[in-house]
Design a protein around this ligand. Structure first.
Ligand SMILES: [Fe+2]
Length: 262
């Protein structure tokens, strides 16, 4: 655990080899294929690369097993170290108070330019967003692996897209890649005609807006399986009140509203 944390702090990322075993990888692949929607609705304004990449959005709404994957103890301990608000107050500090921000499976096609995921460049030890990427297929220079710029999370700057000092994060199915969202990263182009599926998880501190409305969209049958920690992770402990008559604080403990709209 210390080694992983030190690597993320020092160079911006860490790789845990064989985080998932072969059987787990196959099971998650099966679930991905089951939920792959080949007739995705392409609305006016769909981001260009999203029209060509294979993507399954909102894995938390597809199968409870995806929530199980990211509420794993090792993952919680790493994410808690970086993203927990020490002054949260409504839960003991030993419990996670960070949240799931975005949760998709992706098999990309074209090259992705260097960028940061946290939107704001800044310096310092404290961060509010991280990525956890589970490789489900072999990831190589030729099929669109992640590229990173070591130490760039310390730059306090947006990415320099012509940076030449790149590290190629090739990996095997089952590997888990974790990075500080300030790290300059992108992908190579997938020049092979095969998929390169990975599960891409974004966690953030509780006060950052989720990219999808998870509390409103979770299916009842999945919600019912979630324990307190998982409900909190989905954002159920930090739903903004409608106004001051409802309540005046956004963050809460394990007090969950009636499932919205169900
Ligand atoms: Fe990214």
């Amino acid at each position: 655990m210390n080694k992983i944390i030190k690597e993320i702090e020092n160079r911006g990322y860490s790789i845990i080899k064989n985080f998932l075993n072969k059987k787990e990888v196959n099971n998650y692949k099966k679930l991905i294929f089951k939920h792959e929607n080949k007739n995705r609705r392409l609305y006016k304004g769909t981001p260009a690369r999203d029209t060509t990449d294979k993507i399954i959005y909102n894995l938390q709404n597809k199968d409870y097993k995806f929530i199980k994957l990211i509420s794993n103890k090792i993952i919680i301990n790493i994410a808690k170290y970086f993203l927990n608000d020490p002054f949260y107050g409504f839960l003991p500090n030993s419990k996670p108070n960070y949240i799931l921000n975005f949760f998709n499976a992706r098999s990309s096609g074209s090259k992705l330019d260097l960028h940061i995921d946290c939107h704001i460049p800044f310096k310092g030890k404290n961060i509010f967003m991280m990525q956890f990427v589970f490789l489900l297929e072999k990831s190589t220079k030729k099929n669109g692996c992640t590229v990173v710029v070591n130490n760039s999370h310390k730059s306090g700057k947006f990415s320099n897209r012509s940076e030449k000092k790149l590290t190629f994060l090739e990996g095997e199915p089952g590997d888990l890649i974790i990075w500080d969202s300030r790290l300059w990263h992108g992908t190579t182009a997938n020049k092979e005609k095969k998929s390169r599926w990975a599960i891409v998880t974004t966690f953030s501190s509780w006060f950052i807006k989720q990219k999808m409305d998870m509390p409103k969209s979770i299916p009842k049958k999945i919600y019912k399986k979630c324990n307190n920690i998982e409900k909190q992770l989905l954002g159920f402990s930090s739903i903004p009140p409608k106004n001051e008559n409802e309540r005046i604080n956004t963050k809460r403990g394990y007090i969950f509203p009636k499932l919205l709209g169900k």
